[in-house]
Design a protein around this ligand. Structure first.
Ligand code: ZN
Length: 342
């Protein structure tokens, strides 16, 4: 079996683990509810159990290390999950320390949006580019920036919090406390909220029929727009306009070769694309208008394969792979075996 990395994507609701090959292929995958409220020790206990299960199920696997991603804020260099709002009870948890001691393997950590950006850049829709912006549009808006062949971290790894750039002076308050954040006006949540306000239970609208007269979600809007519903089409048009404004800012700031859009709302990418393009053509300066905006390719495995690439990607400084290759070309010794916890 080829060289592999163990990968973990620690989300607020779901904990995913995988064995990933050098080419980004997911060989095996497991997941379970995070149950974050049980606290960091319990969750890390389950990460360790999942890792042992993956290793036990694949005894031939030559595992080089562990790549993990988790919600920010986190410090990728120190390997510390600082205290994400979606993981209650997590406060300065030294993930790299804990996992490397447990498994005797190199461990790398990255925030989940950056890991997904790495995944799409190395194995997905952004393959071959030098600079890329990845935007995930679902409950919130997050993203990662690849600039000149490197993930852009900024001070304390806090760069590219693109969901909280201010793009208007009005509207609903963002959970961060501000008004007019990109996320507050253009996330799937915001789209669903607009649709819910425009309609009423029992009004006979397509949107309320799809939602069984409950709150309307972004998914319902996309579905109704596909059925030709006029209200939904207007909502999609307005959504595309807001996304286009945000993307125009990203073009001007980072000058990527491509913008990759992922997240739940990318299900409606084909419907949104014309409006996004029209807004960019209207607002971006001439030199930026030919940059393609494309849908993500990796779906919910982007974070896993991106995290794995922290271990496996040739040229990534300090990866387990490069250390093994140095050893192999140096003294002919083989790399670290897939050590495991008992
Ligand atoms: Zn905000």
């Amino acid at each position: 079996m080829s060289t592999l990395a163990l990968a973990f994507d620690l989300g607020g609701t779901e904990l995913r683990g995988a064995l990933v090959e050098r080419g980004g292929e997911v060989v095996a995958r497991v997941s379970e509810p995070t149950m974050a409220e049980a606290g960091s020790e319990a969750v890390i206990g389950r990460i360790i159990a999942l890792a042992n299960k993956l290793l036990d199920d694949h005894p031939q696997a030559k595992v080089l290390g562990i790549g993990a991603c988790a919600p920010g804020p986190l410090d990728p260099k120190a390997g510390i999950v600082i205290g994400p709002p979606t993981l209650s009870g997590w406060h300065n948890v030294p993930m790299i320390d804990i996992l490397s001691r447990q498994f005797g393997l190199p461990v790398r950590l990255e925030n989940d949006a950056n890991a997904a950006a790495l995944g799409e850049w190395r194995y997905g829709a952004g393959r071959g580019s030098e600079s890329l912006v990845f935007v995930t549009v679902s409950t919130g808006i997050g993203g990662g920036v690849i600039a000149d062949g490197h993930i852009y971290h900024g001070r304390r790894g806090l760069a590219a919090e693109i969901g909280h750039m201010t793009i208007t002076g009005e509207g609903d308050r963002c959970f961060c406390g501000n008004v007019g954040c990109f996320e507050a006006v253009a996330s799937g949540t915001a789209l669903g909220r607009r649709a819910t306000r425009l309609t009423a239970p029992g009004d006979g609208s397509q949107l309320r029929r799809l939602s069984s007269n409950g709150d309307v979600s972004a998914r319902h809007v996309v579905e109704a727009a596909r059925m030709g519903d006029a209200v939904a089409r207007d909502l999609v048009e307005a959504e595309a306009h807001w996304l286009g404004i945000g993307f125009t800012n990203l073009l001007h700031l980072y000058s990527p070769e491509v913008i990759v859009m992922g997240g739940g709302l990318s299900n409606g990418f084909d419907l949104l694309a014309p409006g996004i393009r029209a807004t960019i053509n209207e607002r971006a300066m001439q030199a930026y208008r030919d940059v393609p905006v494309v849908p993500a390719e990796l779906g919910d495995r982007a974070g896993l394969v991106g995290a794995a690439s922290l271990i496996l990607w040739e040229g990534e400084p300090g990866t387990a792979l490069s250390m093994v290759q140095d050893q192999e070309t140096g003294d002919g010794a083989s790399g670290p075996a897939g050590a495991r916890a008992g």
